[in-house]
Design a protein around this ligand. Structure first.
Ligand code: ADP
Length: 242
């Protein structure tokens, strides 16, 4: 089996008897930039919650040869799965550099932490370049724009060495320019890592998706390239008028 490869089989998540995700099969190859789209309540966020260990599920979730189900959130993170949320979780009173340093520290072994550092660690420098915040290392995270905070969150996943990034509506509330910059950022990241993104913004999806899975009422409705899912009459029925 390929490495860094997500394979979900018969994934089911229930809340008090309500089936939010219903026997979903999903395969994502390394370096994909997969969009999960579908109407509100389709189960998109619940799928990434299940992958990151936030909600219990049945079926099978395998990533890079590891079975994720039943593992704790921090253990799944250590296996290379990173997650962002719709609301920012950056430390607003700390600088960009301090936020990245803390995230990197969470990943470092005690031995590397003991070593004295005189310079910014290499992985932090690389992440700053990727997210375009090199010029803002001393800026307090709290004064960053909404878009920059999302990029910092993504940077924190990069320094934690996340290989699979699960992003929940990262461009919601962003300006047009920030949205495009985010799409380009995700394209850069997905040359080496794998991105699964829950998104409502159809223009953003059309511009940047490498592949798309359409969900409705907890089930996979359609899957393929942007052109393929857009041509699918079942998808057109769900998105009638858009
Ligand atoms: P989407 O992300 O596609 O909008 P969600 O995954 O957030 O959909 O939700 C899928 C369904 O599961 C919705 O009907 C939602 O109300 C329900 N749901 C999600 N989380 C919970 C929860 N913690 N408890 C009860 N129901 C939930």
């Amino acid at each position: 089996m390929a490495t860094d490869y997500l394979e979900i089989t018969d994934l089911t998540v229930s809340f008090d008897g309500f089936i939010a995700v219903d026997t979903v099969n999903l395969t994502v190859l390394k370096s994909d930039l997969r969009f999960l789209i579908g109407p509100n309540g389709a189960g998109k966020t619940t799928i990434i919650d299940a992958i990151s260990g936030l909600v219990p599920s049945t079926g099978s979730i395998e990533f890079a040869g590891n079975h994720l189900q039943g593992k704790k959130v921090h253990k799944i993170a250590r296996l290379g799965v990173g997650r962002t949320f719709q609301t920012s979780t950056v430390f607003e009173d700390l600088t960009v550099l301090q936020n990245l340093d803390i995230a990197a520290g969470a990943h470092r072994t005690p031995l590397t932490l003991l070593r004295r550092r005189s310079a910014v660690p290499e992985e932090v420098t690389a992440a700053l370049e990727t997210i375009g915040l090199t010029g803002q290392i001393d800026t307090l995270a709290g004064v960053l724009s909404h878009g920059q905070k999302q990029w910092l969150e993504i940077g924190m996943l990069l320094v934690q060495n996340a290989q699979l990034l699960l992003l929940d509506e990262p461009v919601a509330g962003m300006s047009h320019d920030e949205r495009n910059a985010t799409g380009e950022l995700l394209q850069r990241i997905s040359t080496e890592r794998t991105v699964v993104i829950v998104e409502h913004d159809m223009d953003f999806m059309r511009s940047f998706a490498k592949s798309v899975t359409v969900l409705a009422a907890g089930k996979v409705l359609s899957e393929g390239s942007v052109a393929e899912v857009q041509a699918d009459p079942r998808v057109q029925a769900v998105y009638l008028g858009t």
